[in-house]
Design a protein around this ligand. Structure first.
Ligand SMILES: [Zn+2]
Length: 345
């Protein structure tokens, strides 16, 4: 697909087009924004624009054509000068994150001339996963950036990056699109109207998720299972809760994204219950399960539910900070709402 092809990111795109047109592309960019709004997609488009072979006439918008050989190779992830650094699948028990050895490898290749294109492009995603040693090593690279290399740091949490790294990058903020914008984009992609409306609503602006879910029905199915689990927590006995914590804890090492998806579903479900209790049904995320949400809203007391919603957020943060997953999950699950609790209204 040619052009920038991103919805709701006009500001970031305009800044990039200006830099490309004026030949003033920065050595390093920081793509900041919530999950799944298109940060990495935009970074790859910049890599394409920098290496695109379609001649652009003076005054024409500067954007990747998407069709020439370099554009295609970059989209396919096989361009020799475009490199992505990410968290490597570690061995069981090894420390997570982006390691200093990966940054040293980047330094080595960044010092070389571009192999097939005009400029080397290094994407670090998620940049905040660089550990302390990796960030310090990367800072040195940024202080004396090699020519013909552009770094793109992709992050949903810039507060975890050294201020000295941030200050050396040009910051581009991507915003969360409105639900209506996602709905329009899905419709433009040929998704049938009713399904587009539901997916847009469920996505809460995460266009990447919405497009993926439109393509892959199993994503919605999986979401349905997680929501049912979120709901079932309330009728579990103490033993069942401890058992669930024990079963989920190993996921943190093996498939952290699966565990975080479960936590997200628990939080979303119970936040929706709070919204229905408060008479704010318009705001619920899980619009397709209103009947069950209404049932739960009459069944569970507000304080317990509100505490749990907050506790899920805290549990997520504790896990990021490498707390013991089993302990975190046990504490969280023991505090989940309980069916026996009489509703206080
Ligand atoms: Zn091109």
């Amino acid at each position: 697909m040619g052009g920038w092809g991103l919805i709701a990111q006009e500001r970031a795109v305009a800044a990039l087009e200006r830099a490309l047109r004026e030949g003033r592309v920065a050595h390093a960019y920081l793509f900041v924004g919530p999950e799944r709004v298109g940060k990495r997609t935009l970074a790859l488009k910049v890599a394409q624009a920098l290496n695109c072979e379609r001649p652009s006439a003076h005054g024409e918008p500067v954007e990747p054509c998407g069709e020439c050989a370099p554009c295609r190779r970059i989209a396919g992830g096989i361009h020799a000068d475009v490199q992505t650094v990410s968290v490597e699948e570690g061995e069981e028990g090894s420390q997570k994150g982006i390691h200093v050895s990966q940054i040293r490898e980047v330094e080595r290749s960044a010092a070389l001339k571009p192999f097939e294109g005009r400029s080397r492009f290094v994407i670090i995603d998620p940049a905040e996963e660089m550990n302390a040693a990796a960030q310090n090593a990367f800072l040195k690279t940024l202080e004396e950036p090699p020519p013909q290399v552009v770094f793109a740091l992709v992050t949903a949490d810039e507060s975890r990056l050294l201020p000295t790294i941030r200050s050396r990058c040009r910051r581009l903020e991507l915003r969360l699109p409105a639900v209506a914008e996602v709905e329009d984009a899905l419709a433009a992609n040929g998704v049938e109207a009713e399904r587009a409306r539901l997916l847009a609503r469920l996505s809460r602006g995460r266009i990447g998720w919405a497009l993926e879910a439109a393509d892959d029905a199993s994503l919605l199915e999986r979401r349905g299972e997680l929501l049912s689990q979120a709901r079932a927590l309330a009728s579990m006995t103490v033993a069942q809760r401890l058992d669930l914590a024990e079963r989920l804890a190993p996921d943190f090492k093996r498939r952290p994204e699966a565990l975080f998806a479960a936590l997200g579903a628990w939080r979303d479900w119970w936040r929706d219950v709070l919204l229905v209790r408060a008479g704010a049904e318009d705001g619920v995320a899980n619009v397709d399960r209103l009947a069950e949400l209404r049932e739960d809203a009459t069944r569970y007391a507000r304080p317990g539910v509100a505490e749990f919603v907050q506790a899920v957020g805290e549990a997520g943060r504790n896990l990021q900070e490498n707390a013991q997953p089993r302990l975190v999950l046990e504490t969280l699950l023991l505090g989940a709402p309980r069916a026996a609790e009489p509703a206080r209204r």
